[in-house]
Every structure is written in structure tokens, then in C-alpha cells.
Design a protein around this ligand. Sequence first.
Ligand code: KIV
Ligand code: ZN
Length: 500
Amino acid sequence: MAYIKIFDTTLRDGEQSPGFSMNIHEKTEFARQLERLGVDVIEAGFPVASPEDFASVKEIASAVREARVAGLARCAEKDIRRAWEALQDAAHPVIHVFIATSDIHMEYKLNMTREQVLQKIRDSVTLAKSLGAEVEFSAEDASRSDREFLLQAFDAAVECGASTINIPDTVGYALPQEMKELAALVRGHFPDPSITISVHCHDDLGLSVANSVASVLGGATQVECTVNGIGERAGNAALEEVVMALVTRGQDTGADCGIHTRQIYRTSRLLSTITGVPVPPNKAVVGVNAFAHESGIHQHGVMKNRLTYEIMSPESVGIYQNKMILGKHSGRHAFEERLDELGYKVSAKDLDAAFEKFKVLADRKKVITDRDIEALVDSGSYQLEETYQLDSFVVNSGTVISATAVVKLKSPDGEKEHVARGTGPIDAAFKAIDRIVKKGYPLENYTIQSVTEGEDALGEVVVRLNKDGESITGRGLSTDIIEASIRAYLNAVNKAIMMD
Ligand code: KIV
Ligand code: ZN
């Protein structure tokens, strides 16, 4: 079996796409989950791009111990030195340098000749290597590059110390057969197994996963991908799809990887919770319908033998079907055991907080499922010291009255209450909060999704506010969607106030 490294770029290529921005705490939390998932490389960001990117890469570099941590850099001295500075505390630092090698990019974007590009590669890889990092070199737009020149570019990188060479299909243009041939060409040129041949496929034609798998069949030994397939434009190859294709068809692909597949669902959900972007129901591997058998014929077949219609089990990706888990009479010990079975290692303090929330939820909801528990624990990761806390609220709404809300908050100066009207109950409640805190941040986005099915399902609300051009995300969880909305709004407002 060939070992295929999984290089996750959710925090770089994924995070840079609109609507997916995360703050430093969220990125670090997500990086920790990627480590639990077992990825080989975490691309943490593009340090030269902004002070926030730099700080996130630095924080992740010191938080992550097992996986390699990569920082992106153009072939420019300033970028490379900044990446290295951010990676100082990493156990296994990787500087990922890139420059375009296609004629169209070199002529119109870089305004450089082939010889100038080769010289940039030599200078940049030599510098990155001299600093002490492992070096990956990417030939941007490789799939549209002249093959002979592409190999010259890779030769230059390897001669100067790059141990990974990456073939990006930057614009998502390639077909699977082409990517397979390209990977085979590069592998044939570098038969030394210590040189990792990587691919990085975008999804503009919906072929990124097929292209990644085809590249592995051609000889690639690393796949770059993102959780839920997020990324520039149509996104990158989805990690969960690539991994499950390799694992499920291992006998035919001859490939294996180090991913703990049972962590896949949790990782996907965490990303969706952090960014507030729901996973489409029909999404392969992690969508809620991915393992739902609606038609009678299918259900009948699955009941007789799951293999009739299931090529992989939901449990294998961490989706557990058992619904009867815990209820209001369950004790702390049972709760702790369940967390352990779900793979959570929480501190005593976090356990106390999660158990408190569990008890409140158990008063409202008869049966608490694994997904509820995951949502409760994950919600702890975005709690912060709150300036304002929700005390109580009352809303009035209907077709013949205008919506009003009365909200009471606890603050360092005591309890404060305000009433406001709005276009609906949620708008009214948000306005009442604005009056209490004497600030107003434009609402950029509001999403609500249910964590589980059923009448008493937990609703999870994510709001994005704009503070001086920066997006701030807030989240709230409750069986009552107005309460979840108020909590999410307050969560974001508290974050904004902390930034003042
Ligand atoms: O798509 C691309 O070419 C990239 C490179 C920086 C690897 O993201
Ligand atoms: Zn990319």
C-alpha cells in the first residue's frame, strides 16, 4: 500500500474565500481538531498577508505538535522570512513557496521570462531551506504549464532543497486523465521516494476529487484538500471525499492514509459551526442525507444486509445512529463516559460547563443524542468572558401587531432592560440589545440550522456582524430559535466589545 499524505489547507486556501473567515481562536481550535483527525500537514495561513494571518500561523505552530505546520510564501525574500518567523515554535515547520509556471501567468501576471522564474525558484527555495525548514514548492497553474518547463521548474526546486513538489490545478481546468498523466510524468522524473509528489486541485468543473484520486493512481503521494471542500471560487478537493475514496477503494487504488476516519464528521461539523456555513444535505460523506435511505426498496435491502446500498458505514466517518443516549436522569458519570466514547478529552472545568448545559437541555428535550452532545461541547470552544449576559427576554409578534421585544441583560453595572420594535421578533430583540449596549454593528449574515431532527431539536444560530470592516461571528444554541438568535447576537456583540 502506498502511504498518501493528507495536506489540509482549510485554514489557508479555504479561509481566504468569502464567508469563511475565522478569528485566531477559532483557527487554533480547528487546527487542534485537524490534528485529532490525523492530517499530515496543516497549512495554517499566509503569514505575510496580514498581521492577523501571521499571528494565527504563530499560534497554531505552537499549539500543534504531531502534524507538520506549513506557512505559505510567494517566491519573495520578505514572504519567506515572515513565514519562517511565524513558524519558529513549530515542531515540524514547512515553508510552502510558490510561483506561477504557465505562460499565461508568467506573461500577464508576473511579467517575467521563464529564466527569471527559474532564478526566483532557485533563490527562494535556497533561502527557505537555509533557514532550517522543510520546503514545499508549488508551480502555480501547473496543469496549464508547458510540461518541459514545468519539469525544469521542479528540477530547480529539488536541486535547491525542496522535498515536496506540488502540482496545482489552480483554475480547476484539468480532466482526471490529464492529472493522472501529469502526476505519472513528474513521478517518473523524480523516482526517488523521498521526494513527495503532491497535487492541489480546485473544483471549478466539479472534478477536484476525481482529479486528486486520478493523480494518486498516477503516482502522487500527497493530496492537498480542505474540509467540506471550501476554498477559492468553487473550492478545493474535499478532504472527506478524497480520504473515503482512497480508503473505501483501497484495494484498487493501492493507497492508504493516516486519517482517523471516525473524526471526519466531527471535523466537518466544527467547521460549519465556526463559519456558520451549513453543509449541503446531499454532500457526499458528511451531508445529513449521505446515509439516509428513503426509498422502501433501499430500506428493505439495507435492513437485510447494509452492503446492498451502503459502500461505507456511517460509523466509519463518525456518524453514530444510536438515538437513545442520555436523558434528564443521566448522571455526570454517564455524561463523561459518553464524551469519552465520542473522542472528547475535556478538562474538568470544561466538563463542568458542558454538564451544566446538558442539564439545562435535558429539562427541555426528552432524548439527547450524540449530535446534541457534540454541539454542546463544541459550543464551549467559542465561549468567552462576557461583558453582557442574557437574563431574560419576552417577544411579541404576529400578523396584526408589530413585533416587539423586551430584553434584560446582566452587565458589570447591574441589570439593564430595553424594549424595541422591529420587522420581526429577532430584529426587535437585536435592536433591544443595541439599545442596552449603546452600540450597533451592521448584520452581515444570519444562518440557522437544526442540530438534530424532531420537534424538540436544538437550533444553532450563527450571526456575522461587521465592526470597522472586520467580520465578527457569534453563535447561539437553544431549543428555542429566538433564544438561540439572541445568544448568537450577544456572543458577537461581546466579542466586538472585547476588541474595543
Ligand atoms: O491554487 C493554487 O495554485 C494554490 C497554490 C498557492 C498552491 O493555492
Ligand atoms: Zn489553491
